[in-house]
Ligand binder design. Structure first.
Ligand code: R5P
Length: 295
């Protein structure tokens, strides 16, 4: 039986390629708000005994979360064999530790709640910093999509003599991998975060980058403070304006305008979060990961 694909919110367009690649059928359904702002869900397609694939990227997650788990619960209640989630951007991965007394470790709580609603999860380069793998907080099977091969291919096709730069130690995991696949040199900067929008970055000796095009790569661009600080430092060291690449371009508030004003030569993101900067398409590796879960 063909898998039934339920795409929510802005993931509806990007899910078309996934549905085709999975040989799936688009679910007939209604999802709307009652006047009191509670969620109404109705799935008209036959769900019984079928694999259901819910596609919902989870940037700006809070308003999406209740509809998402109600859709999953409805599919299960109507007899789905399994209900999986393809969430190209997985939220609540950054507060993975109690930094100050009394704080909630929200990655863990979120993983428990989301994991109770789904049988499997596919996501792209989740923010694994202090966690070695998603399995430390998710008890359901997970499959990861890695953006590095697609980013490396984009760099090879679009950037002359690239020199890759990671803005902080955490970025080393993806920057080193992209650099190896793009056959380009790389360096990692040192970052100290003092607050949500307050970061301090120091520059190592980048003399070997002269004559190259700097390419800043980070997993998430949220407030863009990290990218902006790194661009300012590169300007001070007389390098060309960098290309900025984010796997997940969240761009909270006026972040995109502020990043553009900082003067990068180009801002490029993967299509895990819908944005005008999406230039790197991850539909194929995402479909491959979902196929593994359905096999
Ligand atoms: C750090 O933990 C991440 O890898 C990114 O550097 C960070 O999320 C970027 O955030 P912002 O754009 O708010 O500086």
């Amino acid at each position: 039986m063909r898998p039934l694909v339920i795409a929510l919110f802005e993931s509806r367009d990007s899910a078309v390629a996934l549905r085709r690649a999975l040989g799936g059928e688009t679910a007939e359904m209604e999802l709307r708000r009652f006047p009191d702002e509670e969620t109404y869900v109705r799935i008209d397609s036959d769900v019984s005994g079928r694999e259901v694939v819910v596609v919902c990227t989870l940037d700006r997650p809070d308003p999406k979360f209740v509809p998402l788990i109600l859709v999953a619960a409805t599919a299960r209640d109507l007899g789905a064999a399994r209900v999986g989630l393809v969430s190209p951007y997985l939220c609540y991965m950054r507060q993975d530790k109690r930094f100050k007394p009394g704080e909630g470790i929200t990655s863990t709580y979120f993983a428990k709640t989301l994991g109770a609603s789904f049988d499997w999860l596919v996501t792209t380069d989740p923010h694994l910093h202090r966690l070695a793998s998603l399995g430390e907080i998710y008890s359901i099977p997970t499959a990861l999509v890695h953006a590095a091969p697609s980013i490396a291919a984009w760099i090879r096709a679009n950037v002359e003599a690239p020199f890759l730069i990671g803005p902080d130690g955490e970025s080393e995991q993806w920057v080193a991998s992209v650099a190896a696949q793009a056959d380009a040199p790389h360096a990692i900067l040192e970052k100290t975060r003092h607050g949500d929008r307050d970061v301090e970055i120091s520059l190592p000796d980048l003399s070997r980058a002269r004559g190259h095009t700097p390419v800043l790569i980070d997993d998430i661009i949220s407030s863009a403070s990290t990218m902006i600080k790194a661009i300012d430092l590169l300007k001070g060291s007389e390098m060309d304006a960098p290309v900025c690449i984010g796997v997940h371009g969240i761009f909270g508030g006026d972040a995109f305008a502020r990043l553009r004003a900082a003067g990068p030569s180009r801002i490029v993101t993967c299509n895990t979060v819908l944005h005008d900067t999406n230039a790197i398409d991850l539909s194929e590796p995402t479909a491959a990961a979902a196929r593994r879960m359905l096999a």
